[in-house]
Write a new protein. Structure first.
Length: 303
């Protein structure tokens, strides 16, 4: 029996998944996330919400639901260095792994990293499980993410080839093959490049939607977020021309308009001049640059 035939013979309800949500001061949104999970047509075998030293009512809200649903678990993590603000990248992934370590002995085929400020449709995970079952090479998947860039209207912040960090689902075999998630800014791009270089497929599906109630970067500042993205692109070894093209596109498509794209480009080249650390995996960085060169060539040739 081939791998695809074996997956086709497994019912969706037999395809166990687990979830980990690193959260911090999410009292305004966490209940929407929990309600979305409670409404799922196929619920997780285990969902651990890791409270990273919240100073608001986040822990109390989670605890109330955890008492009623045994598969939902509140995990409290001490406040990191008594910080009050949110810490993107390293802080988020360190908190994720605080929960991941507690999965030892848990049986599952898929694992999700889920933010605590999102909501999603009731068939979200059923849909993704069906996609995973139909395609054994699919390693990372998610729905299209929608955000209110202008503070009023929902807009799509997704593309087919990238799964946004707020809601990512991994085949366990893929997650382990890429060595999990890197605790640094840009982790949600590093994981995908690693997966692609190993022959896995990555895809977002517009058929299912995720509403991200806190716009990406809003907690730390949109300009600061662009600086972080530039540093992350340098770490991944992005081709300079590709990064410039990306920055120019951001100038006119994503806020803060004009300055955002300029800051992204400047941060990337600043990191290069400083000789900042890069991903210590030449096979992956080589794959990244080769892919970006092909994309640039196709763009120039109008394909």
């Amino acid at each position: 029996m081939s791998l695809s035939q074996r997956y086709e013979s497994i019912s969706l309800n037999e395809m166990n998944y687990v979830g980990i949500s690193p959260v911090r001061n999410e009292a305004q949104y966490i209940e929407q996330t929990i309600q979305s999970m409670l409404n799922q047509t196929i619920k997780p075998a285990k969902w651990m919400i890791v409270n990273d030293g919240s100073t608001d009512e986040t822990a109390k809200i989670i605890a109330r639901y955890a008492e009623a649903h045994p598969w939902l678990e509140l995990v409290n993590k001490d406040n990191r260095d008594n910080q009050v603000d949110r810490q993107r990248g390293k802080g988020v992934i360190d908190t994720f792994y605080f929960g991941y370590e507690r999965l030892a002995g848990q049986d599952y085929e898929y694992i999700i990293k889920l933010d605590g400020d999102i909501s999603f449709e009731a068939n979200y995970f059923e849909f993704l499980l069906e996609k995973f079952r139909a395609n054994p090479k699919l390693g990372i998947a998610g729905g299209f993410i929608h955000e209110k860039f202008d503070g009023k209207n929902w807009s799509v912040r997704s593309a087919r080839h990238h799964v946004g960090g707020p809601a990512k689902m991994y085949r366990r075999a893929c997650f382990e093959a890429i060595g999990g998630l890197v605790p640094m800014l840009g982790w949600d791009g590093i994981d995908e490049w690693k997966a692609l270089s190993l022959g896995w497929q990555v895809e977002s599906f517009p058929e299912v939607r995720v509403w991200h109630h806190r716009t990406t970067g809003s907690a730390t500042g949109l300009v600061k977020a662009k600086i972080e993205q530039g540093f992350g692109a340098h770490y991944m070894g992005y081709h300079p021309l590709y990064l410039i093209a990306r920055g120019l596109r951001h100038m006119f498509t994503r806020p803060p308009y004009l300055i955002g794209g300029a800051v992204l480009i400047a941060a990337y080249f600043f990191a290069r001049l400083q000789g900042r650390e890069q991903l210590p995996d030449p096979a992956v960085t080589g794959y990244v640059r080769q892919t970006q060169k092909k994309q640039l060539t196709a763009l120039l040739l109008g394909r």
